[in-house]
Every structure is written in structure tokens, then in C-alpha cells.
Design a protein around this ligand. Structure first.
Ligand SMILES: [Cu+2]
Length: 495
């Protein structure tokens, strides 16, 4: 086990950018900072570079993408009041486009490959300048399946309150990793589960598959089975490291931590287990919620959790992220100064249950939407199956879709009905929505950007249409999205 308090300890795990710049420090996205006196408002443009790098995974070299920000660290951390003023330099050797997940920029800066906003060619630079919203966000490629190859990074926007809180900030970003290419992974799904060309072009799937044993089906004991974990992965990473060699973060005196959890995995959901510690969830997807205390929290694909943890002891405390339906886990270790850190078992004693809405039901936004009836309600049917492997929204497969039209000023509701045996983490670009119903029961839930729609269940979200443009609305399981599970929320008069 190694510690990375000091960059010089990390030579074995160097990241090498395609440009040939050797970096002294792999990850951390770990940002240990104490609050400083006054927030700075720098006007300087930040440089963010896409490139390739080599990680060591299970003792073998792994060539992956990377998004390296100012100071050579992955991603970007902004100070309170600082604009997202960024030059994105594409040194990945291929065209790319990077989405600022959960942020609400003008649509032409959203990082989605619309005809009007094509990908950035290799070698080119594209500039962004918008006012960000504070919280725990992330960035990932929206080009092809680059996300699976770790073209992902944290995007943290600190608030004035964060600065006042004087908590040690720890970012924990999760990934699923395979030595196979994303194309091979997708081909494995579509070939072993039927010919993708056989996907229905219209209408709903009628041949819903319940349980495809080899693909991680979980028998629910009721004659029904649900599908978990489409893809077999070689490793699960926390800040680019496996649990055999986890990042050890030394806590500062007082042990006051703000843990910013990001599920950047392409097709994996996790249970966050604080072990011996108890935490308080204070934000989801960057948006503050009323405090919820606990030790285990579900984290769907693309979602984030901010958890306050006070370490009262002087020990070492693993933070586990266990894959749903599996014993596999990854994580980091929070350790008091000088505390010995012992080796941890790479697998939990038993399989984790499916990620569910147990936390979602208890969440309440600190700043909910104003009370108002929806002006328009769109109903979206989530359909699809493991065989043939194809997933749809309202019977349509991206890019052959009918946009969901909204008009500036409307309160919009989207009722998502999941007719499949998998849960789908649905993400809307360009807006924060409130979760207002689960399985038909109304609630005034969290404001967020990604919500899990349970198998054979429903979730209704509401938002104010205040950001004209073209906005992707899709399942954040990369393989579901790639086989069709995406549509568009569109404002009129956008050319
Ligand atoms: Cu899905």
C-alpha cells in the first residue's frame, strides 16, 4: 500500500501525456485544501488538455485518455465566483467533445456533438466561457465511447460556503475499467445478445428479456429477474487505482472532511460504504439537500454525492465503493496522521444488492422549485432488453427521434415509465430538475441532473424551461445510450 501525500512518492504510477509531458503525480483528484481568507476571482483563462496516459491496472499497463487541467491535475476546480473560462486543447490524437455534466451553460457550450457544435478535431483548441453553478460536477467526453476509456475528470465549483466551512476536501471518482476496447465491449453485448440490426425501428419492444444468466441477471426470488452489470470489467477504480493499491489520504487535524463522490463509471453502479464512519449527505449532483445521515449510500451512474464526515478517532478508515450485484469493490482510505494502514480485502464478504431509490426517497432539496403546476407533461417510455441488445425511449432509437418540445417560461414535467428489467440513470442536459414523484407517489425531492428510474417503475421530474437550445436527454449507461436510449429536449426557433 502506498501513500501519496507527496507527489514524489508516486513515481511508479506516473501519468504520461501524449505530449510527452511526464507528470509527477497521477491522481489525486485529491484536492486537499484549507479554506483561505477571501475568495479570489481570477479572470485568467484555464487550460484543459485532452490526452492519453498510461495507468497501471492489476499490474499491467493500461493506455487510457485523460483530461488534465491547470497545475497538471485531472479536471478543474474553480473558486467561488470564478467563471468557467477554459481553453480545451485537444491532444488526444482524435476528435473529441467534452460535456460539463450537470452544468447549465448556453447550449452551444454544452459539449454535445450537435450538427451546430461538431467535435473538436485533433490538435485544435476550443474556448468556453460561462458562469458555472457551484457544487460537485464532472466532465466527460460525449464523443463515441471515449468516456469508457477514462476521458473523464472532476469539475468542482467551490462555493463561498465551502470556503467558510474549512473542511478538507476529498474527491473520490469511480470508474469501471476493461483492457478490452469499448468497441469490443459493445460488440460483445450486441453479438452475444442478438444482432443489433434486428432492433425494432418503431414501437415498443415486446420481447422483454427477464434474466440473461450470463449477463449478470439477479434472481429476485419472485420468478422475476433483473439485469445488472451488462459488461464484465477487469477492475473498478477509485481515483484511477484499484483497492489492492488504494489512495491513502491523510486527514488533517480535526478530521473534518467533505467527501465529493463522483460515479464516472460507464456502466456500473455502486454502494458507497463508509465502514466504521457515519456521514451526512449534504448535496446530490452538486445541489444541496437537507442533511441525511447514514453509512451506506447508493450511487447511480453519473451521480454525485457530497458527504460530510467527522473522524473522531486516530485510525485509518476505508471508504468502500462496492459494485451492485457483486462482491467487487474499490475505494480509498482516510487515515489520521501517523495511523497505520493495513491491507484490505479486494472483495466484500457478500454481493451488494441492486442500487435503489432508498436514499432518493429521503432527499429534500434545500432550494426546491417554486410550487407550480406543470404547463406541459411529457411521458417517456423506457424500453429495451438484453436480447437483442437495444434500448429505446418512446420506441425510438437515437438519432432517429422526435424531440420533446418545451418553451421558455414553461414548467415542464417528464414522466419516465421504465418497462424494462434494468434501472436506467436518466440525465437531462442543461437543466437541474426536481424529483417530484417515484412510482406514482408525489414527493418534493432533490434537485439534481441524473435520476435512477427503477426497473418496471416510474419517476417524474420537473424543471423550469429557462435555457433555450437543444439538449440531450439520455440514459447514462453508455451502452444503453449507444444502442439508442437518447432523445432531445428542444426549444422552438433553435436553428
Ligand atoms: Cu439505461
Amino acid at each position: 500500500m502506498r501513500e501519496n501525500e507527496r507527489p514524489t512518492l508516486l513515481t511508479r504510477r506516473q501519468i504520461i501525456l501524449a505530449s510527452g509531458v511526464a507528470m509527477a503525480r497521477t491522481l489525486p483528484f485529491l484536492q486537499i485544501r484549507r479554506a483561505t481568507a477571501a475568495p479570489e476571482i481570477p479572470a485568467a483563462k484555464l487550460r484543459l488538455t485532452t490526452g492519453t496516459r498510461t495507468l497501471s491496472v492489476n499490474g499491467k499497463p493500461a493506455r487510457v485518455f485523460g483530461l488534465i487541467g491547470p497545475n497538471g491535475k485531472p479536471g478543474i476546480m474553480l473558486s467561488p465566483g470564478e467563471r468557467f473560462c477554459v481553453d480545451l486543447v485537444n491532444q488526444a490524437g482524435t476528435s473529441t467533445i467534452v460535456h460539463w455534466h450537470g452544468q447549465v451553460p448556453p447550449w452551444t457550450q454544452d459539449g454535445f456533438p450537435w450538427p451546430q457544435t461538431p467535435p473538436i478535431p485533433a490538435g485544435d483548441t476550443h474556448s468556453y466561457d460561462y458562469a458555472p453553478i457551484a457544487g460537485t460536477f464532472w466532465m466527460h467526453s460525449h464523443q463515441g465511447m471515449q468516456e469508457q476509456s477514462l476521458m473523464t475528470a472532476p469539475l468542482i465549483v467551490r462555493s463561498a460556503e465551502d470556503m467558510r466551512a474549512d473542511r478538507q476536501e476529498v474527491v473520490l471518482m469511480l470508474h469501471d475499467f476493461s483492457f478490452r476496447t469499448p468497441e469490443e465491449l459493445l460488440a460483445g453485448l450486441t453479438k452475444s445478445n442478438g444482432n443489433q440490426s434486428a432492433m425494432p425501428k418503431s414501437g415498443m419492444d415486446s420481447n422483454m428479456n427477464v434474466g440473461s444468466g450470463s449477463m449478470g441477471a439477479m434472481n429476485m426470488g419472485s420468478g422475476m429477474a433483473m439485469d445488472l452489470n451488462d459488461t464484465h470489467y477487469d477492475a473498478f477504480l477509485a481515483n484511477d487505482r484499484t483497492f489492492a493499491d488504494p489512495e491513502v489520504i491523510r486527514t488533517q487535524p480535526g478530521g473534518r472532511v467533505r467527501l465529493r463522490l463522483i460515479n464516472g463509471a460507464s456502466a456500473t453502479q455502486f454502494w458507497i460504504d463508509l465502514g466504521a464512519l457515519t456521514g451526512t449527505v449534504v448535496a446530490v449532483d452538486g445541489h444541496p439537500v437537507r442533511p441525511v445521515r447514514g453509512t451506506r449510500f447508493p450511487l447511480a451512474m453519473a451521480q454525485r454525492l457530497d458527504v460530510l464526515i467527522d473522524l473522531h478517532g486516530n485510525g485509518a478508515y476505508p471508504i468502500f465503493a462496492q459494485v451492485e450485484g457483486k462482491r467487487a469493490r474499490t475505494g480509498i482510505v482516510l487515515a489520521a496522521p501517523g495511523a497505520p494502514v493495513s491491507r484490505l480485502a479486494a472483495e466484500a464478504g457478500e454481493n451488494a444488492p441492486p442500487v435503489d431509490l432508498s436514499l432518493e426517497r429521503h432527499l429534500k432539496a434545500v432550494t426546491p422549485l417554486a410550487q407550480r403546476a406543470p404547463d406541459v407533461t411529457h411521458r417517456v417510455i423506457l424500453a429495451g432488453a438484453m436480447a437483442p441488445y437495444a434500448w429505446s425511449l418512446n420506441g425510438e432509437y437515437w438519432p432517429n427521434v422526435t424531440p420533446l418540445m418545451v418553451t421558455t417560461g414553461q414548467r415542464v414535467a417528464i414522466e419516465m415509465l421504465n418497462h424494462t428489467m434494468m434501472p436506467h440513470p436518466m440525465h437531462l442536459h442543461g437543466h437541474a430538475f426536481q424529483v417530484v414523484a417515484i412510482n406514482g407517489a408525489s414527493l418534493a425531492g432533490a434537485v439534481r441532473d441524473t435520476v435512477l428510474v427503477p426497473r418496471m417503475g416510474s419517476v417524474t421530474i420537473a424543471f423550469d424551461a429557462d435555457n433555450p437550445g437543444r439538449w440531450a436527454f439520455h440514459c447514462h449507461n453508455l451502452y444503453h445510450m449507444m444502442t439508442g436510449m437518447m432523445t432531445e429536449v428542444r426549444y422552438p426557433a433553435i436553428i
